[in-house]
Design a protein around this ligand. Structure first.
Ligand code: BES
Ligand code: MN
Ligand code: MN
Length: 479
């Protein structure tokens, strides 16, 4: 039984440059899942991770997804033989090897798939800049290198603890084949006791955190169609419906004057914040003005649902956002036109226990009920995922706390996140498996944006925490 993982921690320090070089190799593979042009690269990125796990003593393979078979991106599924004396929990580590598209390309200071290691400047520490540096290859790599360190220094994969590793290749494109995959491999996956994901953030620089909940998502698209052709706005304006005018009038009704969402039954199931949680969040010392300043906004820009604080609005309340509007003339200069149609992409971030499928249905009905005279709608449901919150006092979560404290020298803060990670809700609903998020990103990592980065300090903390966690699992019993 491993009493400590000092040797693995030392290995991570001594071999850090090699670990970072390996991460940079992985980042060079442009595994953009949403664009079929990168299919081969996605497969290569999956194989790369699988080979890495094999070298750390795991049995790993690429499994096909999709219907027809293999039409989706492969999933890496790996597992290790635990030590015969190991009685601790079986961990499912989930991560994603796919990345967001890199555009707009012209805003990158260095090419997105040619990772660079940059020295510290001002508040920003030494970092790797590339698409996927943080979301999620850099964070998965913390785990992969921790596993490498443990196998190199203890001679046993995962220091004898028990892991199943699942790396998805479609997280950034809606996880469309994940549900079928999870159903199909339910017997294997349900042997796990808890899922651990490194794909979230910390409370701030030097402030590690465990994220105990993420929001769910419902994503829809509504197109309003009026005339069957584009029209001269001088000849037809003011006589017939202009789909842009009409659509934007409907969209403006999505919120009332308190910025609450007006769709009937939208708040059904929303768990009210407890006073205890409100107090705990206040004590985290989140600096609202500082956060706003970081994105170029003054303090008065803190707007949202009335009655809730800045952080409460992200972590505990459902929200609605228009993510895109496509309509009319957007070229140079002026063109006097009434377009035939106008489209809005609208998403809802959801909290426990809202039902993402019901929310999409209610939203379509809400649009139908407001159909402007003479117009028709076309709707698309882009899917989504359920919110997920885990118990904050479980033995495994406490092991994660101890591991992070030991590895970083700082007790992790307990936080939530407004982002979404669909697999967590899926595991909860299909096999009652909870997810603990051990993420090491920073708010200014520019995930999904040009010049995405991951700081070496974060990588270091994460790798050491994962190594310490595997050891801490030995003393967790009865889960
Ligand atoms: N890793 C992110 C989600 C995230 C980021 C959670 C930071 C917490 C903190 C993930 O890859 C992501 O981008 N999720 C999408 C969901 C989706 C269905 C495409 C999101 O949240 O928009
Ligand atoms: Mn991610
Ligand atoms: Mn993402």
């Amino acid at each position: 039984m491993p009493t400590d993982t000092n040797a693995a921690q030392d290995w991570l320090t001594t071999n850090e440059s090699a670990s970072i070089d390996r991460l940079m190799d992985w980042l060079r593979i442009p595994s953009v899942s949403t664009d079929p042009a990168f299919d081969k690269d996605c497969r290569a990125a999956a194989q790369w991770a699988s080979d890495h796990l094999t070298k750390s003593g795991f049995t790993s393979r690429l499994l096909p997804t999709g219907d027809p078979e293999d039409s989706g991106k492969p999933i890496v599924l790996a597992t290790n033989e635990p030590d015969p004396d190991y009685n601790g929990p079986h961990i499912l580590f989930y991560g994603h090897y796919d990345v967001q598209p890199a555009d707009p390309l012209e805003l990158w200071e260095s090419p997105p798939f040619e990772p660079v290691r940059k020295p510290a400047e001002g508040a920003i520490g030494e970092r790797i800049v590339a698409r996927g540096a943080c979301d999620d290859k850099g964070q998965v790599m913390m785990f992969l290198e921790a596993m490498r360190a443990l196998s190199e220094t203890t001679g046993k994969p995962a220091a004898g603890a028990k892991y199943t590793v699942l790396l998805e290749g479609e997280e950034e494109s809606g996880s469309v084949n994940l549900e079928r995959f999870v159903e199909k491999h339910k017997d294997t996956l349900s042997q796990c006791d808890v899922c651990v994901i490194s794909d979230t953030g910390m409370l701030g620089r030097g402030k590690p955190a465990i994220t105990y909940g993420v929001r769910g998502l419902a994503y829809i698209e509504a197109t309003l169609i009026a005339p069957d052709q584009d029209l001269h706005s001088g000849l037809w304006g003011g006589k017939v419906p202009n789909p842009i005018n009409e659509l934007t009038k409907v969209l403006a009704q999505l919120w009332d004057s308190d910025r609450k969402v007006t769709i009937p039954n939208f708040y059904d199931g929303v768990r009210e914040l407890t006073n205890e949680e409100r107090e705990a969040w206040k004590n985290l010392g989140v600096n609202e003005a500082e956060a706003l300043k970081g994105i170029g906004l003054p303090p008065e820009a803190s707007v949202g649902e009335s009655g809730f604080s800045f952080i409460e609005r992200e972590w505990a309340r459902p929200t609605c956002d228009i993510n895109g509007i496509i309509a009319g003339y957007t070229g140079h200069g002026a063109k006097t036109v009434i377009p035939s149609k106008a489209t809005a992409k609208v998403s809802f971030r959801l909290v426990d226990d809202q039902d993402h499928e019901q929310i999409a249905k209610n939203a379509f009905k809400w649009f139908e009920d407001r159909t402007p005279p003479g117009c028709t709608w076309e709707f698309i449901n882009h899917g989504g995922g359920a919110p997920a919150t885990c118990a904050t006092d479980s033995p495994i979560l406490n092991a994660a706390r101890r591991a992070i404290a030991e590895a970083t020298g700082t007790e992790p803060a307990m936080i939530k996140s407004g982002g979404s990670i669909p697999v967590a809700g899926l595991l909860k609903s299909t096999m009652n498996l909870e997810t603990i998020f051990m993420g090491f990103g920073l708010e200014d990592d520019r995930v999904h944006s040009p010049n995405e980065k991951f700081e070496l300090d974060c990588f270091r903390s994460g790798a050491k925490s994962h190594a310490a966690f595997a050891a801490a699992l030995w003393s967790v019993t009865g889960s």
